[in-house]
Design a protein around this ligand. Structure first.
Ligand code: PLP
Ligand code: ZN
Length: 392
């Protein structure tokens, strides 16, 4: 056995991939790799994609893949220091969720499951539906009705998932889908699933691979808090296997109206108090009871990082800046990373000689309705040259 599932609280280890949480104490599990694993990749900046790093990914069969990963790291003019944007919106389904899903869906096949399920603010369902289609698995999705961006629902539907909107928020949907999955033997692909986070840790691998060194900070939006936990784990493993010496400060950005992690961090706590009515324009991080809170807080504390909040206006301004100054089109949640960077810079927290990586988590086309609300509809005129010239 090259890995075990280890409880982050009681420390119990399990050789049973079908678990999501600790049977002993109910806490979260994480994949603990054997120190004897031989790392067979080089951080040489070439052939970037999730499965380049297969020697640190806990699967036993040939993976179900859609060539995820290998997303560009753009150098930008967003700050006084070096600011890179890693655009995860350029994954196959348009978000970083694909990195987790290629591992999670492969694990579903390994475990002999016939169906997969998730609750979703949108992108998990889009990604899961896509990979389930490729793997020939049935896909079931619970969404908070009316609170999911249009592009994401469209993807889940077209890729053949059974999509059910429920009259409640994401946190309630997740609670329900966990119970349904248990009863119906569906494989649960929310980020409570430790194998999904294994795929997402490759963001850390790629940052070092592309940059050639470890940045000072990695800044990203935090919703259910899986991604920040996964990226921290990726850096930790690079260090464990002797590929890097330092871990960057992990900065978790939350929307002001949905900020349980931020509040717990401010009070120095290890766990959150759930928020019952989370609200923000950034629907992908509109989450009041993040399932991976304990892992995420550990990532922030252990890396010497921080958590901050940004307003919906700050998110929108960052989205516009990315689109109009850098040519990078992202959905609102993604822009929270850049809004968070601007806030830290404004507070004098960031030195001019730092290197920062902001993760933009999802593509602009995910949420066209918000774009129209911000930019308005295109101007319409008669098909006459004079009329067009007048409005140019
Ligand atoms: C899922 C998602 C997030 C939040 O990631 P967590 O792992 O839940 O913290 C942020 N942005 C986008 C675009 C997402 O799809
Ligand atoms: Zn335990």
């Amino acid at each position: 056995m090259e890995y075990a599932l280890k409880c982050i609280d009681c420390g119990e280890e399990y050789d049973n991939d079908a678990l999501y949480t600790c049977p002993n104490c109910g806490s979260l599990l994480e994949v603990k790799l054997s120190p004897d694993i031989e790392v067979d990749f080089k951080l040489d900046g070439i052939n970037l994609r999730v499965w380049k790093y297969a020697s640190l990914l806990p699967v036993k069969i040939r993976p179900i893949s859609l060539n995820e990963g290998g997303t560009p790291l753009f150098e930008t003019e967003l700050g006084e220091c070096k600011v890179y944007v890693k655009h995860e919106g350029l994954n196959p389904s348009g978000s970083f969720k694909d990195r987790g899903m290629t591992v999670g869906i492969t694990k579903a096949i390994e475990l002999g499951k016939k169906a997969v399920a998730c609750a979703s603010t949108g992108n998990t369902s889009a990604s899961m539906a896509m990979y389930a289609a490729k793997a020939n698995l049935k896909a079931y999705v619970l969404l908070p009705a009316g609170k999911v961006a249009l592009g994401k629902v469209a993807q889940a539907l077209m890729h053949g998932a059974r999509v059910i909107g429920i009259k409640a928020n994401f946190d309630v949907a997740l609670d329900l889908v966990r119970r349904i999955s248990e009863e119906e033997n569906f494989y649960l692909l929310n980020s409570v699933n430790p194998f999904r986070l294994e795929g997402q840790k490759t963001i850390a691998f790629e940052i070092v691979d592309e940059l050639g060194y470890v940045p000072d900070r990695v800044i990203l939006p935090v919703g259910n808090a899986g991604n920040i936990s996964a990226i921290f784990k990726g850096f930790s493993e690079l260090k464990q296997f002797g590929l890097i010496d330092e871990i960057p400060k992990m900065v978790g950005v939350q929307a002001e109206g949905a900020s349980p992690i931020y509040k717990a961090f401010k009070e120095g706590k290890k766990d959150i108090t759930p928020e019952l009515r989370p609200e923000t324009i950034a629907t992908a991080i509109r989450i009041g009871n993040p399932v991976n809170a304990r892992k995420a807080l550990r990532a922030i504390y252990d890396s010497g990082g921080t958590s901050i909040t940004v307003t919906d206006d700050e998110i929108t301004n960052a989205q516009i800046t990315l689109a109009t100054k850098e040519g990078i089109g992202v959905e609102p949640a993604s822009a929270a990373s850049v809004a968070g960077f601007k806030k830290l810079e404004g507070e004098g927290e960031i030195d001019k000689d730092e290197t920062i990586v902001c993760i933009t988590t999802g593509h602009l086309l995910k949420d066209p309705e918000t774009v129209i609300r911000i930019c308005g509809e295109p101007i319409e005129v008669e098909a006459e040259l004079d009329m067009i010239k007048e409005v140019l």
